[in-house]
Structure formats: C-alpha cells, structure tokens
Write a protein that binds this ligand. Structure first.
Ligand code: AP5
Length: 222
C-alpha cells in the first residue's frame, strides 16, 4: 500500500499539554505514543534497575541521564509497531545530546510541534494535575475533573508536581529548548497551547493531516 507512516515529535514545557494532546492524536491517527515520562514512571513503579536509577532524578524534577533515556527510546522506536503504525515521540529529545543521538541514527520526525504556554499557567496546571493509575488518563482538579466518583477516589498526584519542583523543571526546559529547536528548525511548528484543549487539537490536527497529504504526494511522485 502506498503509505509511509507519520513520525511526530511533540515538545513544550512541563504541563504545556503534551500528554493531553497525545491522547487526542493517538485516537485519530493511531500512532504509537512513546512518552519518556510514562516509560520512566512505569519502570519506577515496577521497581526495575532503570526505575531505581531514574527515581531520584525524577522526584527532584531533574533530567534522568541521557544514556538511560536514549537506550529506552531507541529500543522502543525500533519495534515493529512503531515502524508500521508511525510514532508520536513525547518528552524526547530534551537535551542537545539526545537530539544528536537521534540524528546519528538518522531518526527524524516529519514534524516538530512545540506547545507554548506562559509560566504562571504551567504552575497551576501541574499543581492541579491528577492521574488515573488504572487508565493512565490525565485530569485536572479544576479544568478536567474526573467523570465519576470511582475515578475520583483513585486518582493520584505525581511526586514532581509540587510548586517548587515545577519551577525547577520549567527552568531546565528553558535552558535546553533552544539547542533542541535548532536541530528541527526546518520542521518546527509553534502552537499557542494556552487555549481550550479541543482548539489546540484542531490546529495540531490540521498540521498533521497536511503533512500526511504531502507525504502521500511525494510517494506518488516517486
Ligand atoms: P514528563 O512526564 O515528560 O513531564 P513533563 O515534560 O514535565 O511534562 P508533563 O507530563 O508534566 O506535562 P504535559 O505537557 O504532558 O502536560 P499534561 O497533558 O499532563 O517527564 C517527567 C520526568 O521524567 C522529567 O522531569 C525527567 O525527570 C524525566 N524525563 C522524561 N523524559 C526525559 C528525557 N528525555 N530525558 C531525561 N529525563 C526525562 O497537562 C498538564 C495539566 O494541564 C493536566 O492536569 C491537564 O489536564 C491540564 N491541561 C492540559 N491541556 C490543557 C488545556 N488546554 N487547558 C487547560 N488545562 C489543560
């Protein structure tokens, strides 16, 4: 069949809405969602060697060493489902070294989406965020409260979602952002993430469908 799967990278500060938008993108495009934060949290909760190494960094709002995260991402990207369905990389690369690791392996996305949200909004979003450990769904105590009392009773707060740690995470993001965006400047699309999630998604959706069309045209043109 004449198709080449879509490869998408989504970036933005902590709580800019990456995970929230990824849920919507996956629903529509069926891409394999690879979130380094989710993968690391799963390692931590299973108590693996990687998880034990990563936990302290994560709990303190620091980046986990590149070699741990890079090995995890490249092995996930090389799996068959990511090759056939396409992928949506969320939270990686987060440093110039990580971006260079992918470049060396000739792994490049079709599009690099950056969600732009002001700092004061990020803090409120993080502090109010709750996760459903059963479904993995992301909630917010004010913006997106759980649908049922059952979910409300089981939602949890992330250890790195305190006011102080969010500030440190935002600073780390800002320190590294420029060195990463320069690698993808030709495919960069900055989006205002400080709007309703459906509105933000509409913009991402129209970008992705355009990229998909362009890819099909290129394949057809041989
Ligand atoms: P990670 O899990 O990637 O955290 P993050 O980048 O800090 O991003 P978040 O998950 O906090 O936010 P998000 O943008 O997904 O927002 P969300 O949709 O949840 O990483 C965690 C840690 O793992 C790192 O600190 C690091 O230690 C380690 N790590 C991960 N990747 C690494 C790497 N590559 N290298 C090294 N270390 C790595 O939304 C946030 C809240 O806002 C939610 O409550 C949501 O309901 C609400 N919300 C979302 N959209 C809207 C909207 N449009 N309007 C109103 N509210 C909204």
């Amino acid at each position: 069949c004449l198709s080449e799967p879509l490869k998408v990278m989504i970036s933005g500060a902590p709580a800019s809405g990456k995970g929230t938008q990824c849920e919507l993108i996956v629903q529509k495009y069926g891409l394999v969602h690879i979130s380094t934060g989710d993968l690391l949290r799963a390692e931590v909760s299973s108590g693996t060697e990687i998880g034990n190494k990563a936990k302290e960094y994560m709990d303190n709002g620091c980046l986990v060493p590149d070699e741990i995260v890079t090995a995890m991402v490249t092995s996930r990207l090389s799996r068959e489902d990511a090759k056939t369905r396409g992928w949506l990389l969320d939270g990686y690369p987060r440093s110039a070294e990580q971006a260079q690791s992918l470049e060396k392996l000739l792994i490049r996305p079709d599009i690099y989406v950056v969600l732009d949200v002001p700092d004061e909004i990020l803090i409120d979003r993080c502090v109010g965020r709750r996760l459903d450990p059963v479904t993995g769904k992301i909630y917010h105590i004010k913006n997106f409260p759980p649908e049922t009392d059952e979910i409300k009773a089981r939602i949890i707060t992330r250890a790195d979602d305190t006011h102080e740690k969010v500030k440190a995470r935002v600073e780390t993001y800002k320190r590294n952002a420029e060195s990463i965006t320069s690698t993808y400047s030709d495919i960069l699309n900055k989006i205002d993430g400080n709007r309703q999630k459906g509105v933000v998604f509409q913009e991402i959706d129209s970008l992705l469908s355009q990229v998909k069309k362009d890819k099909l045209k290129m394949i057809a043109a041989g």
